[in-house]
Structure formats: structure tokens, C-alpha cells
Design a protein around this ligand. Structure first.
Ligand SMILES: [Zn+2]
Length: 479
């Protein structure tokens, strides 16, 4: 048994050191590993399988709204990047440059895409001519590179995987509607599939995307009380179109600029899953995103008939559309239990000779460790039911955690005290001035997360300056 315990003992307790706990889980659950390329990670099969499920589910939801996938080059000539002033200023500190092609120095250096607005604008400028060509609702799955100074697996790496949607529309109203539509796709995906509750809202001007007219965001709260920006959707108005000359002949035969949007979600959502649901035994995956939903672990598997029955059950569950594996390795059951827990597999089925004799199997939930004895004949229906309950409970637990860690501040003193002592979201009224936003960051160490769509009036005055308030804002320390 001493050996069985080792896998779990080597994880730091999350209450002791959350950052170290996170690193331990990433490593022990074999999600990714460090590489010789500084700031970049190797995503291992267990991590990549989660990303594949994120991709499948998001892609399906995108396509239901009319999105088509395309692919653009990974390099951006400097002159192309320079065309939109705010955009280039926003990204300049973190772009990586290619200066040579083979042994020759390039006449014009090119950056590795930190995001592809410029490439899509260049493409659309040539591709869109008439109102009949609109709307264009394109998306690409790719990696981007941002030269981050400090990096953490999944949360912040120099190269990361994402999708970036880029759309072009004939009218401002249509672009705004698409921006909100995609934010809602992200929000529903987070809540329904990842069991992560989100706050939907708008970024302040200070926090919005470089070159955007408006940035909308979904913000989630991690177990340690820090916020994570989980997906963003930007309305560019016609700013990029004017900078890149993306025009179309409208029905009235006049030339007009298109209105554009962009929206993205990244591999950092894997980090969010870890930090919202994980516990001191490791990862806990929501059933709908888990690459393996069920691990069958035989007890006394050397005894006649045990493996045979386990394989039979595996086949039945797979046939019912469940993602199931059987651990028939030589390791002890205790070791297999802790491995299954570490990897966050939502349920395990324990099956021994006595169970088989009684015609039952034991289902154990990963999140609560609740044990449910079920008849083998009804196992497929029962497990499916347990997985659905677990999915639902995980969302509700995360929602309760967020609600218990969301605080209202009416005065500056209250704000300071909460920011110092209580990790979580702080809701407070704001006058709309960037001076106050800057001062709050400077004095209290939190940033504005979003102006939520669902507004609540906590008082009449700005929490910082006391002038009339215009909006309620979520504040917090963020990843
Ligand atoms: Zn103020």
C-alpha cells in the first residue's frame, strides 16, 4: 500500500500552495510537460484529448450559427501589421519577428501571428466586393505566438492553441449582433460543457482589445478566488475596414466599409477546468468534456471470470455511447484508483468476484466519491445517469463557490478590506473614469474584469471618487 499512496502524496495541498498544486496536477495528470523551447509546452495525449473535445464541441456550436473554417498564413509582414495604429501598439511588446529566410536577411521582417485580424483584413479586402459577398463568417483553428515574460502551463504560454473567428458584415447592427451571439456561444459552452459558470459583460475601454470598438468577455472564478478571462468577442466597427480598405458596393451602388468582429477561445480553458474543479487528489473532469468518462477497475482480476465480465461491461457501455476504458494492467487496484482520480476520470466502476456473483458493480463518483451499487444489467443507464448528475452538480458547486466569493463594496474602505482579505470578485459602482480604474488597480491590486450585462445598483456613487456612478463593475485579481 505504501506504493499506492505515492502518486497522491506527491501533490501539494491546494490550500497550502495553490500555484504549486496546479503545477503538480498538470504534471501528475500528464497533461503537458516543459520543453527546450522556453515558455512553450508539449501538450501530452491526456491534455490534447481535452482540447480535441473542446474543439469538437465548439466547432459544432459555431457551425450551427453559420461559421465556416478557413486557414491563413502564420507570418505577417511588418507593413501589414502597421496599418491599424492601436492594434500594432497593443501587440508590439509581445510579437516575435522572423528576420531571415534561410541565410538571406529579409527585406521586410515578418512577425509570427499574435492574432490574425490583419491577415483576415488583407484577405477580405481582396475577397469582398459586393453586398452579395456578405456576411463572411470565418473561423480558423491555429496556434499563435505572444512573447510573454512569465509563463505557466495552459494559462500563459508563448505559443498556444486557439480558434479565432473573424467576420465581416454590411451593417453595424449585424456586427454587434454577431459579437453578442458568439459571446453567448462561449458562455453556454462553458456552463453546459465545462461546468464553469461565467459572468457575461463588457470590458472597460482600458481593458478592451487593441483596435476594437467594444470587447465583450466572459469571466470565471477559479478555486483560489482569482478571475480568469475565459473568452472574448470584439466588435471592430469599421475601424479595421478603413485601415485596410475592406469595402463593398452596397445595394444602392455606393461603396461602404464592412463592419467586423473577432472572437477567440484558447487552451487556457484547460487551465480553467483544472482550477475550477480540481481537488487534492488531482484533476476532476466534467463528464461532458472528459476524454474517458468511465474507468473499469477489476478487483482480483486474476480470478476466473472477472476480466471476462469487465470486458463484457466495457463493450456494453461503449455500445451505449459512453467513453469507457478498462484498466487490466498488473498494478494493484489501490494504485489504479489513485491514478484514475489523479487523471480526473468522472467515474470508476469497481468490479470483483463477489460483485459478479451478486450481479452488481460499484460506481464511484470522482467529484464526491459517492459509491452507488448498481445491477450489472442496468449499468449503462445507471452510469449515464450518474454522469449527468455529476455534470450538473459540478456546475452548481462552482456556482455556489463563486457566489460565496463575490463581495459587494460600497465604500473605498470596504473595497480595500475585501481586496486585502477576501479572494474573489468584488462588485462596486464606478463613475466611468479611467483615472479611478487606474487608481483602484494601483491602490488595491485588482483590475476591472467586466461591466456585467446584468446590472445591480449598489449605491449612487463611484466607490473610489464619490462622483455619480454610471455602472456596476466586477473587479478582481486575474490570471
Ligand atoms: Zn470615480
Amino acid at each position: 500500500m505504501a506504493k499506492d499512496k505515492k502518486l497522491v502524496e506527491s501533490i501539494t495541498s491546494m490550500d497550502e500552495d495553490f500555484a504549486q498544486w496546479y503545477t503538480d496536477v498538470v504534471k501528475k495528470a500528464e497533461l503537458c510537460s516543459y520543453t527546450s523551447v522556453k515558455g512553450c509546452m508539449a501538450i501530452k495525449p491526456a491534455g490534447y484529448a481535452i482540447w480535441e473535445n473542446i474543439q469538437h464541441e465548439l466547432d459544432r456550436r459555431f457551425k450551427e450559427t453559420g461559421v465556416e473554417n478557413v486557414y491563413m498564413p502564420m507570418l505577417i509582414p511588418e507593413s501589414l501589421l502597421q496599418k491599424e495604429k492601436d492594434h500594432v501598439e497593443g501587440f508590439a511588446p509581445e510579437v516575435a519577428w522572423v528576420t531571415h529566410g534561410g541565410l538571406e536577411e529579409l527585406q521586410e521582417r515578418m512577425c509570427v501571428r499574435p492574432t490574425s485580424e490583419t491577415l483576415f483584413c488583407d484577405f477580405y479586402a481582396n475577397d469582398i466586393h459586393s453586398y452579395r459577398d456578405l456576411p463572411r463568417v470565418y473561423n480558423q483553428w491555429c496556434s499563435v505566438m505572444r512573447w510573454e515574460k512569465t509563463t505557466r502551463p495552459f494559462l500563459r504560454s508563448r505559443e498556444f492553441l486557439w480558434q479565432e473567428g473573424h467576420t465581416a458584415h454590411a451593417t453595424a447592427e449585424e456586427a454587434e449582433a454577431r459579437t453578442i451571439q458568439m459571446l453567448n456561444v462561449y458562455a453556454d459552452f462553458c456552463e453546459e460543457v465545462l461546468a464553469i459558470p461565467v459572468v457575461r459583460g463588457q470590458k472597460t475601454d482600458k481593458e478592451k482589445f487593441a483596435g476594437a470598438e467594444a470587447t465583450y468577455t466572459i469571466e470565471s472564478l477559479m478555486h483560489d478566488g482569482k478571475a480568469l478571462q475565459s473568452g472574448t468577442s470584439h466588435n471592430f466597427g469599421d475601424g479595421f475596414a478603413k485601415a485596410y480598405g475592406v469595402q463593398f458596393a452596397d445595394k444602392d451602388n455606393t461603396l461602404k466599409y464592412v463592419h467586423q468582429t473577432s472572437w477567440g477561445m484558447t487552451t487556457r480553458m484547460i487551465g480553467a477546468i483544472i482550477m475550477v474543479h480540481g481537488d487534492n487528489s488531482g484533476l476532476v473532469l466534467p463528464p461532458r468534456i472528459a476524454p474517458t468518462q468511465i474507468m473499469i477497475i477489476p478487483i482480483r482480476q486474476q480470478q476466473e471470470g472477472v476480466l471476462e465480465k469487465a470486458n463484457e461491461i466495457k463493450a456494453t457501455l461503449a455500445k451505449a455511447g459512453l467513453r469507457v476504458k478498462l484498466d487490466d494492467s498488473e498494478k494493484s487496484p489501490g494504485w489504479k484508483f489513485s491514478e484514475q482520480e489523479m487523471r480526473g476520470i468522472p467515474v470508476r466502476i469497481e468490479l470483483g468476484p463477489k460483485d459478479i456473483e451478486a450481479g452488481v458493480a460499484v460506481i464511484v463518483r470522482r467529484d464526491t466519491r459517492e459509491k452507488i451499487t448498481a445491477n450489472i444489467d442496468e449499468l449503462a443507464e445507471k452510469v449515464a445517469e450518474v454522469l449527468e448528475t455529476e455534470q450538473h452538480d459540478m456546475l452548481e458547486r462552482a456556482r455556489t463557490h463563486r457566489e460565496n466569493h463575490t463581495y459587494d463594496a460600497v465604500t473605498k474602505e470596504e473595497f480595500k478590506q475585501i481586496a486585502d482579505e477576501k479572494p474573489g470578485f468584488i462588485r462596486a459602482m464606478w463613475c466611468g473614469c479611467q483615472e479611478c480604474e487606474d487608481a483602484i488597480k494601483e491602490d488595491f491590486g485588482v483590475t476591472s474584469r467586466c461591466i456585467p450585462f446584468k446590472q445591480v445598483k449598489l449605491s449612487d456613487t463611484c466607490v473610489y471618487c464619490g462622483k455619480p456612478a454610471t455602472k456596476m463593475v466586477y473587479w478582481g485579481k486575474a490570471y
